[in-house]
Design a protein around this ligand. Structure first.
Ligand code: 5RP
Length: 238
Protein backbone atom coordinates (compact mmCIF):
# COMPACT_ATOMS: atom_id res chain seq x y z
CA UNK A 1 0.00 0.00 0.00
CA UNK A 2 1.44 3.39 -0.93
CA UNK A 3 2.27 5.88 1.80
CA UNK A 4 2.88 9.58 1.34
CA UNK A 5 6.52 10.16 2.23
CA UNK A 6 6.46 13.91 1.79
CA UNK A 7 4.83 16.81 -0.04
CA UNK A 8 6.87 19.55 -1.66
CA UNK A 9 4.60 22.56 -1.58
CA UNK A 10 4.23 24.60 -4.72
CA UNK A 11 4.23 27.96 -3.02
CA UNK A 12 3.73 29.50 0.37
CA UNK A 13 0.94 31.64 -1.04
CA UNK A 14 -1.14 28.59 -1.92
CA UNK A 15 -1.14 29.08 -5.71
CA UNK A 16 -2.99 26.14 -7.32
CA UNK A 17 -1.34 24.11 -10.06
CA UNK A 18 -2.91 23.36 -13.44
CA UNK A 19 -2.44 19.87 -14.92
CA UNK A 20 0.34 21.17 -17.16
CA UNK A 21 2.10 22.74 -14.19
CA UNK A 22 1.73 19.47 -12.26
CA UNK A 23 3.49 17.62 -15.09
CA UNK A 24 6.31 20.17 -15.11
CA UNK A 25 6.56 19.96 -11.32
CA UNK A 26 6.81 16.14 -11.20
CA UNK A 27 9.32 16.20 -14.05
CA UNK A 28 11.50 18.61 -12.09
CA UNK A 29 10.98 16.57 -8.91
CA UNK A 30 12.22 13.46 -10.75
CA UNK A 31 15.36 15.29 -11.87
CA UNK A 32 15.89 16.56 -8.30
CA UNK A 33 15.50 12.97 -7.06
CA UNK A 34 17.98 11.34 -9.44
CA UNK A 35 20.51 14.21 -9.65
CA UNK A 36 22.45 13.46 -6.42
CA UNK A 37 22.36 9.73 -7.25
CA UNK A 38 23.82 10.03 -10.76
CA UNK A 39 27.40 9.04 -11.57
CA UNK A 40 29.48 9.75 -14.68
CA UNK A 41 28.73 6.25 -15.99
CA UNK A 42 25.00 6.21 -15.11
CA UNK A 43 22.45 5.24 -17.74
CA UNK A 44 18.94 6.68 -17.45
CA UNK A 45 15.94 4.91 -18.98
CA UNK A 46 13.32 7.32 -20.29
CA UNK A 47 9.62 6.71 -20.92
CA UNK A 48 7.15 8.08 -23.42
CA UNK A 49 4.28 10.57 -23.28
CA UNK A 50 3.60 14.16 -22.35
CA UNK A 51 4.86 13.82 -18.76
CA UNK A 52 7.98 11.96 -19.93
CA UNK A 53 8.54 14.78 -22.43
CA UNK A 54 8.53 17.29 -19.56
CA UNK A 55 11.06 15.05 -17.81
CA UNK A 56 13.33 14.94 -20.89
CA UNK A 57 13.31 18.73 -21.07
CA UNK A 58 14.21 18.97 -17.37
CA UNK A 59 16.82 16.20 -17.67
CA UNK A 60 18.71 18.31 -20.21
CA UNK A 61 19.81 20.59 -17.32
CA UNK A 62 21.88 17.74 -15.87
CA UNK A 63 23.02 16.05 -19.08
CA UNK A 64 26.68 16.40 -18.11
CA UNK A 65 26.16 14.37 -14.92
CA UNK A 66 25.39 10.98 -16.53
CA UNK A 67 26.67 8.94 -19.47
CA UNK A 68 23.65 8.34 -21.67
CA UNK A 69 19.97 7.44 -21.90
CA UNK A 70 17.95 4.52 -23.23
CA UNK A 71 14.67 5.47 -24.89
CA UNK A 72 11.36 3.59 -24.74
CA UNK A 73 10.22 4.90 -28.15
CA UNK A 74 11.46 6.53 -31.32
CA UNK A 75 9.77 9.79 -30.27
CA UNK A 76 11.59 9.82 -26.95
CA UNK A 77 14.93 9.02 -28.63
CA UNK A 78 14.42 11.95 -30.98
CA UNK A 79 13.60 14.36 -28.15
CA UNK A 80 16.59 13.20 -26.08
CA UNK A 81 18.94 13.61 -29.04
CA UNK A 82 17.45 17.05 -29.68
CA UNK A 83 18.78 18.03 -26.26
CA UNK A 84 22.23 16.61 -27.05
CA UNK A 85 21.72 13.56 -24.81
CA UNK A 86 23.34 10.33 -26.10
CA UNK A 87 20.83 7.51 -26.69
CA UNK A 88 22.10 3.93 -26.45
CA UNK A 89 20.71 0.68 -27.80
CA UNK A 90 19.48 -1.31 -24.78
CA UNK A 91 21.49 -4.31 -25.95
CA UNK A 92 24.69 -2.43 -25.21
CA UNK A 93 23.61 -1.66 -21.64
CA UNK A 94 23.99 -4.13 -18.77
CA UNK A 95 23.11 -1.81 -15.90
CA UNK A 96 20.64 1.05 -15.63
CA UNK A 97 20.11 3.08 -12.46
CA UNK A 98 16.73 4.64 -13.17
CA UNK A 99 13.71 4.34 -15.41
CA UNK A 100 11.49 7.44 -15.39
CA UNK A 101 8.07 7.32 -17.01
CA UNK A 102 4.46 8.40 -16.72
CA UNK A 103 1.39 6.18 -16.39
CA UNK A 104 -2.28 6.16 -17.32
CA UNK A 105 -3.43 4.82 -13.93
CA UNK A 106 -1.87 3.70 -10.67
CA UNK A 107 -3.44 1.91 -7.70
CA UNK A 108 -2.60 1.87 -3.97
CA UNK A 109 -0.14 -1.00 -4.53
CA UNK A 110 1.95 0.85 -7.17
CA UNK A 111 0.50 -1.31 -9.96
CA UNK A 112 0.15 0.65 -13.19
CA UNK A 113 -1.68 0.76 -16.47
CA UNK A 114 0.52 2.13 -19.22
CA UNK A 115 0.46 2.24 -23.01
CA UNK A 116 -1.92 5.09 -23.69
CA UNK A 117 0.79 6.38 -26.01
CA UNK A 118 1.30 2.94 -27.56
CA UNK A 119 4.86 2.43 -26.29
CA UNK A 120 4.04 -0.21 -23.67
CA UNK A 121 6.30 -3.02 -24.89
CA UNK A 122 9.50 -1.01 -25.07
CA UNK A 123 8.54 0.74 -21.82
CA UNK A 124 8.17 -2.60 -20.07
CA UNK A 125 11.48 -3.85 -21.44
CA UNK A 126 13.42 -0.77 -20.35
CA UNK A 127 11.70 -0.76 -16.94
CA UNK A 128 12.69 -4.40 -16.46
CA UNK A 129 16.37 -3.53 -16.79
CA UNK A 130 16.32 -0.53 -14.43
CA UNK A 131 17.17 -0.81 -10.75
CA UNK A 132 14.53 1.79 -9.82
CA UNK A 133 11.35 2.75 -11.64
CA UNK A 134 10.28 6.29 -10.75
CA UNK A 135 6.77 6.97 -12.01
CA UNK A 136 5.74 10.59 -12.61
CA UNK A 137 2.03 11.40 -12.73
CA UNK A 138 -0.53 14.02 -11.91
CA UNK A 139 -3.23 13.12 -9.42
CA UNK A 140 -5.81 12.38 -12.15
CA UNK A 141 -4.01 9.02 -12.60
CA UNK A 142 -4.68 7.82 -9.06
CA UNK A 143 -7.40 5.13 -8.73
CA UNK A 144 -8.51 2.57 -6.15
CA UNK A 145 -9.01 -0.15 -8.78
CA UNK A 146 -7.30 -0.32 -12.18
CA UNK A 147 -9.43 -0.61 -15.30
CA UNK A 148 -11.36 2.61 -15.85
CA UNK A 149 -8.62 3.46 -18.34
CA UNK A 150 -8.86 0.92 -21.21
CA UNK A 151 -6.02 -1.58 -20.91
CA UNK A 152 -3.73 -1.50 -23.99
CA UNK A 153 -2.66 -4.85 -25.41
CA UNK A 154 0.00 -4.93 -28.17
CA UNK A 155 -0.74 -7.67 -30.68
CA UNK A 156 0.99 -9.20 -33.73
CA UNK A 157 -1.18 -7.93 -36.65
CA UNK A 158 -2.22 -11.37 -37.98
CA UNK A 159 -3.46 -12.38 -34.50
CA UNK A 160 -5.70 -9.35 -34.02
CA UNK A 161 -9.08 -11.06 -34.45
CA UNK A 162 -8.09 -14.16 -32.51
CA UNK A 163 -6.71 -12.14 -29.60
CA UNK A 164 -9.81 -9.91 -29.70
CA UNK A 165 -12.04 -12.97 -29.20
CA UNK A 166 -9.88 -14.19 -26.32
CA UNK A 167 -10.02 -10.78 -24.65
CA UNK A 168 -13.80 -10.61 -25.06
CA UNK A 169 -14.05 -14.04 -23.40
CA UNK A 170 -12.43 -12.51 -20.30
CA UNK A 171 -15.39 -10.16 -20.00
CA UNK A 172 -13.88 -6.99 -21.45
CA UNK A 173 -14.58 -5.13 -24.67
CA UNK A 174 -11.55 -5.02 -26.99
CA UNK A 175 -11.42 -2.02 -29.30
CA UNK A 176 -8.92 -1.87 -32.18
CA UNK A 177 -6.88 1.35 -31.97
CA UNK A 178 -7.40 2.57 -35.54
CA UNK A 179 -4.36 3.94 -37.34
CA UNK A 180 -1.91 3.01 -34.60
CA UNK A 181 1.18 1.00 -35.54
CA UNK A 182 3.65 0.60 -32.72
CA UNK A 183 7.41 1.16 -33.04
CA UNK A 184 7.60 -2.64 -33.25
CA UNK A 185 5.21 -2.80 -36.24
CA UNK A 186 2.29 -4.20 -34.25
CA UNK A 187 -1.28 -3.12 -33.49
CA UNK A 188 -3.06 -2.27 -30.24
CA UNK A 189 -6.33 -3.52 -28.82
CA UNK A 190 -7.66 -1.40 -25.95
CA UNK A 191 -9.57 -3.51 -23.47
CA UNK A 192 -12.54 -1.58 -22.07
CA UNK A 193 -14.87 -2.33 -19.16
CA UNK A 194 -12.72 -4.82 -17.30
CA UNK A 195 -12.57 -4.63 -13.50
CA UNK A 196 -8.98 -5.54 -12.71
CA UNK A 197 -9.16 -7.22 -9.32
CA UNK A 198 -5.84 -9.08 -9.53
CA UNK A 199 -3.43 -7.10 -11.75
CA UNK A 200 -0.46 -9.45 -11.26
CA UNK A 201 -2.45 -12.52 -12.32
CA UNK A 202 -4.15 -10.75 -15.24
CA UNK A 203 -0.81 -9.48 -16.55
CA UNK A 204 0.47 -13.06 -16.82
CA UNK A 205 -2.84 -14.40 -18.17
CA UNK A 206 -2.93 -11.83 -21.00
CA UNK A 207 0.69 -12.41 -21.91
CA UNK A 208 -0.11 -16.11 -22.30
CA UNK A 209 -2.55 -15.48 -25.16
CA UNK A 210 -0.80 -16.45 -28.37
CA UNK A 211 -0.25 -13.35 -30.51
CA UNK A 212 -0.04 -10.94 -27.58
CA UNK A 213 3.31 -9.18 -27.46
CA UNK A 214 2.67 -7.57 -24.11
CA UNK A 215 -0.05 -5.79 -22.16
CA UNK A 216 -0.11 -2.46 -20.36
CA UNK A 217 -0.32 -3.85 -16.84
CA UNK A 218 2.85 -3.06 -14.93
CA UNK A 219 2.17 -5.16 -11.84
CA UNK A 220 4.77 -7.93 -11.90
CA UNK A 221 7.19 -5.02 -11.97
CA UNK A 222 5.32 -1.97 -10.75
CA UNK A 223 6.73 1.43 -9.82
CA UNK A 224 9.25 1.68 -6.99
CA UNK A 225 8.50 5.34 -6.30
CA UNK A 226 5.68 7.58 -7.48
CA UNK A 227 5.97 11.35 -7.73
CA UNK A 228 2.43 12.69 -7.97
CA UNK A 229 1.54 16.25 -8.86
CA UNK A 230 -1.36 17.67 -6.87
CA UNK A 231 -2.77 21.21 -6.82
CA UNK A 232 -0.85 21.76 -3.58
CA UNK A 233 2.50 20.33 -4.71
CA UNK A 234 4.37 17.11 -5.49
CA UNK A 235 3.71 14.12 -3.26
CA UNK A 236 6.24 11.30 -2.96
CA UNK A 237 4.55 7.91 -2.63
CA UNK A 238 6.26 4.65 -1.79
C1 5RP B 1 2.85 5.76 -23.18
C2 5RP B 1 2.56 5.68 -21.72
C3 5RP B 1 2.49 6.97 -20.96
O1 5RP B 1 3.34 6.90 -19.88
C4 5RP B 1 1.08 7.17 -20.48
O2 5RP B 1 0.20 7.09 -21.59
C5 5RP B 1 0.92 8.52 -19.79
O3 5RP B 1 1.10 9.54 -20.72
P1 5RP B 1 0.97 11.08 -20.32
O4 5RP B 1 2.15 11.40 -19.48
O5 5RP B 1 0.95 11.79 -21.66
O6 5RP B 1 -0.34 11.25 -19.58
O7 5RP B 1 2.39 4.65 -21.15
O8 5RP B 1 2.80 4.49 -23.78
Amino acid sequence: MVAIIRTQFESATGTKMTQEKMKLAVAQAAVDYIKPRLRDDSIVGVGTGSTANCFIDALAQVKDRFAAAVASSEATAERLRGHGIDVLDLNSVSQMEFYIDGADEFDPYMNLIKGGGGALTREKIVAAVAKEFVCIVDQSKQVDLLGAFPLPVEVIPMARSYVGRQLAALGGQPVYREGCVTDNGNVILDLHDLEILDPKALEVQLNNIVGVVTNGLFAQRGADLILMGTPEGVQTLK
